[in-house]
Design a protein around this ligand. Sequence first.
Ligand code: GDP
Length: 140
Amino acid sequence: MEQTLIILKPDAVKNKHVGHILSRIEQEGFNILALKKVHLKDKEAKKFYEVHKARPFYKDLCKFMVSGPVVVAALEAPGAVEKWRKLIGATDPAQADANTIRKLYAESKEANAVHGSDSEKNAKNEIKFFFSKDELKGKL
Ligand code: GDP
């Protein structure tokens, strides 16, 4: 079993796609290990996206991520990291395959509905970033 960290971004929450996306997550066979709604602080968004610090869109991305609440979840499935990335589709919804979450629900390359960890190692760190030991007790 593998875990991954996902975020339903401010556009997905604002556009009321949370229920649809969570339903799809269950249909696709993921187990939801932990789940909560949070409104990130500027400092937290900057820390979470630190790997993108040098990229031209870093500032805008951080601003977008604090523009409204998000829903974060730790998911579990065999090959969860790749399985989720395949299900969400390309970063830019215009390039995403039909029926992927970003094709269905994203607004733009920035407001692209969902985040997914890009490796098992990052998934572990990102899960710890959002969920306390207590919240994950016995689940990892
Ligand atoms: P992901 O792994 O598909 O989420 O894509 P990346 O790791 O490359 O980028 C992280 C996030 O930054 C994306 O999900 C988008 O929200 C945002 N992003 C990526 N590329 C761009 C861009 O060219 N412009 C803007 N404004 N945002 C971007």
